[in-house]
Design a protein around this ligand. Structure first.
Ligand code: FUC
Length: 794
């Protein structure tokens, strides 16, 4: 028994050493640097779903940007023009007569939102509001004038812990940072290897609307009220910091805390708001100040080690569901792993291969989703939960014409279906305001949302026809309701989701009109997201009928409603209606040059390289244009994609193209966009830049992770397709825990470009068809059954 115990111990040691070695071999779970962050896009993100911290790790002065998911300015408002529907017949008449420019003029005059809308994307001080930074925590150290040495700053994705280490005047300093979901606090732990070496001051502020005071000898409290866009009386927030030390002293002087000669210090951070808007979340706090006091007191009563251990266990509940290893078997692996993350990105951009960096990028996407979207939180916005400014770019809102959807593309395939739920709840919450919008503008039943939404349930069109009147935002959202079902096979959930999908379909059923050229049903008015076309008279316009993307979305929505209705056995008559209408929707069309048309007509395009590629929706994320389902259309989609190219290197567009080429089973091009996305769009902290070096926008991080997953596993075509777009750059690798439609979980391994091991877990039972190249295996599975398939597929 004793001997056996020792063997296990040795085995454990060996496994630990091996997994540590594996980690350091390709370094696909750690971001690290040899300098403090000089800028937000170099700092390291931490998040517990609701609270966010960005770690700069300065030596003399550390800065931690603080966030809380509901720090939203603005307030509920009626944005609908109640009489807009009276203009609808005239707008449609003009469209039917081919006078799109005149229709657009009328849309701009009568069919946009009432009031200031999003404030042209700068809505901090209008009712639309914006997601904002909570504040800045600064820690100023009493330091030696000598420069520090051995500086090291890192974020470990596996534990969601950031560390800063350096030596100064012979003393080793260590700071550790994390945000805990179980304890709902941010934690900064400071230690050194010499007693009484920690002397520093702590301040807490934000760029506006704050008041910081010391509320005991070891606590700072910052409170304030955001602008509601009317009279200033918006959301109230409270942020509280407590410093707990061993040795030395803590005192409060004015609005700062001073720690002198401490051996260790633990800084706890709590934040709450009284947000109680329409977007559901678990937390309903009426007294943010009192709640922060309670949260901090509870955390302070626990040993630091317990808070850390609980945090790591909690984070790993999500993070450990999936693992990935990508490898080209080359000796450069160690060299790459030995580079700091920023240098690694630069080297990759200059064309060096680095499979470990792609795996790191993938893991970072999963990490960000876990940190910004947990059951019970608000969904991740354009910046996840990480904002540095008061006026965030595009209000840090939820854009519905690609961006929020892209945020959630990795959720299901990466085994984070529960992190998807905040988005599904957002969709649910849009029904009520969306019904009012459907009535006001279209005199239609059901509910609709256009291009943007916020914390206050905005569903009206945006301020300008050129981008604001896309009418398929809500239809696009509903894809997520169905996909959550296809991956989980949870019928109870489907009963909840179905009425939301049905309400969306009802709206479109009511608003479709017949276009004259082919007698097909189309949406009107609408536009192909943010893109323009040239009319025959030479004028540039946006407003149109039945842009391709709308039609694809409606085919999908109607199809999903039919399938859902069948599964839960409801609404037979409605299903019949949907089937008949679906068949009459304007189809995908191939233009004279062989490309898939973006609009009903093969218009001339003023910007053929436009960042939006909305008519590719039917290829990915939807799948009616795939080589398996419609080879000719898939080919036309490829031509459209080629013509679009990558001009401007827009982050989310590069990310989307990974998934699109993966669906075309084109590993070279898919990989080319992995290179572009990481090489051109990753900031030093791997955050996605909307344009190279400019504007952090998180969608590309998520879209990139989803795209990489799609290269390795697809499941849209009624079969699980293994390694459908494996690039030459990743000849060896393994993944664990990838999810496939039908409720399957896949582990697989490949060597020298060839699959070598496959294991499937069936969560829901049922038929399972698996493809590897031309080999197909079909089998019946039992719920909870595990299957190894090696010999059948290779
Ligand atoms: C759409 C895009 C922009 C940006 C914004 C948040 O308007 O066209 O590039 O991503 O969303």
């Amino acid at each position: 028994m004793k001997k056996f115990g020792r063997e296990i111990f040795i085995l454990l040691v060996i496994t630990t050493v091996i997994s540590a070695a594996q980690l350091s071999n390709d370094n696909s779970q750690i971001l690290w640097y040899e300098t403090p962050a000089g800028h937000f896009t170099q700092s390291l993100p931490l998040g517990n779903g609701r609270l966010g911290m960005m770690v700069f790790g300065g030596i003399e002065k550390d800065r931690i940007v603080l966030n809380e998911e509901s720090v939203w300015s603005g307030s509920p408002s009626d944005d609908n023009r109640s009489q807009a529907h009276k203009q609808l017949p005239e707008i449609r008449r003009l469209l039917l007569e081919g006078k799109n420019d005149q229709a657009e003029r009328l849309v701009n005059q009568t069919f946009t939102c009432k009031g200031k809308g999003s404030g042209q994307g700068r809505g901090a001080n209008v009712p639309f509001g914006c997601y904002q930074v909570l504040g800045n925590l600064s820690i100023e150290f009493e330091t030696d004038p000598d420069p520090a040495t051995h500086y090291h700053r890192r974020l470990d994705l596996n534990t969601a812990v950031a560390d800063v280490r350096y030596q100064l005047d012979g003393v080793r300093y260590h700071r550790r940072y994390f945000t805990s979901a179980p304890d709902q606090v941010g934690v900064i732990r400071l230690t050194s290897d010499r007693s009484a070496a920690l002397t520093f001051t702590i301040r807490l502020d934000r760029p506006e609307r704050f008041d910081t005071e010391s509320v005991s000898n070891n606590e700072l409290l910052m409170t304030g009220q955001l602008n509601n866009g009317r009279n200033g009386g918006g959301i109230r927030y409270a942020a509280r910091i407590r410093a707990v030390t061993t040795g030395g002293s803590v005192t409060a002087v004015g609005n700062q805390l001073t720690v002198v000669n401490a051996d260790t210090a633990t800084i706890l951070f709590a934040a709450e708001t009284d947000y109680n808007g329409v977007v559901p979340r678990e937390r309903h706090i009426t007294h943010p100040k009192a709640k922060t006091a309670e949260v901090i007191a509870a955390a302070a009563a626990k040993p630091y080690r317990a808070i850390l251990a609980n945090h790591i266990t909690d984070h790993r509940r999500f993070f450990d569901r999936v693992s990935i290893h990508l490898d080209d078997g080359k000796s450069t692996r160690r060299k790459n792993a030995a580079l700091t993350t920023d240098k690694r990105i630069k080297q990759f951009d200059k064309s060096a291969e680095d499979p470990g960096l792609a795996a790191l990028y993938f893991n970072f996407g999963r990490y960000l989703l876990i940190c910004s979207s947990r059951p019970g939180t608000l969904p991740a916005n354009l910046q996840g939960i990480w904002a540095e400014e008061i006026q965030t770019p595009w209000n840090g809102d939820w854009h519905l014409d690609i961006n929020i959807q892209m945020n959630y593309w990795p959720a299901e395939i990466c085994n984070l279906g529960d992190c998807h739920v905040p988005m599904l709840r957002l969709i649910e919450s849009l029904q009520r305001p969306g019904r009012a919008t459907a009535k006001a503008y279209y005199n239609a039943d059901g509910w609709v949302a256009h291009v943007i939404t916020n914390a206050w349930g905005f569903t009206a069109p945006g301020e300008r026809a050129s981008w604001g009147s896309t009418v398929s935002g809500s239809g696009w959202l509903c894809e997520h309701l169905w996909e959550h079902y296809t991956f989980t096979q949870d019928k109870e959930y489907l009963r909840w989701a179905y009425p939301i999908m049905k309400g969306s379909a009802q709206f479109y059923l009511d608003m479709l009109i017949t276009e004259p050229a082919n007698g097909r049903l189309v949406t009107a008015p609408s536009n192909s997201p943010e893109n323009a076309f040239r009319m025959e008279n030479g004028t540039t316009a946006h407003t149109c009928m039945g842009p391709t993307v709308d039609m694809q979305i409606l085919r999908e929505l109607f199809g999903n409603c039919i399938a859902a209705g069948e599964r839960i056995d409801v609404d037979e008559q409605f299903r019949r209606n949907l089937k008949a209408t679906r068949a009459r929707l304007a189809p995908n069309r191939i233009g004279p040059d062989g490309r898939l048309q973006e609009w009903l007509k093969p218009y001339d395009e003023p910007d053929p390289h436009h960042r939006h590629i909305s008519h590719m929706y039917g290829l990915y994320p939807y799948y009616e244009l795939t080589p398996q389902t419609a080879p000719e259309l898939a080919e036309a989609a490829r031509k459209s994609l080629e013509r679009r190219g990558f001009k401007g290197d827009v982050g989310w567009a590069n990310a989307w193209k990974i998934g699109l080429y993966a669906r075309l089973l084109d590993s070279d091009h898919a990989y080319g966009y992995v290179k572009r996305l990481i090489g051109k769009n990753a900031f030093p902290n791997l955050f996605n830049a909307c344009w190279p070096g400019r504007t952090f926008q998180i969608d590309g991080n998520f879209g990139g992770a989803a795209g990489i997953a799609e290269m390795l596993l697809q499941s849209h075509a009624g079969e699980i397709h293994l390694l459908p777009a494996l690039p030459n750059a990743w000849p060896n690798g393994h993944v664990k825990g990838f999810c496939a439609r039908g409720g399957f979980v896949v582990d697989m391994k490949w060597e020298n470009q060839k699959l070598s091991q496959v294991k499937i877990l069936s969560r829901a039972g049922g038929k399972c068809k698996i493809r590897y190249r031309n080999n197909v295996v079909e089998m019946k599975t039992n719920k909870g059954g595990r299957y190894t398939l090696n010999e059948h597929l290779m």
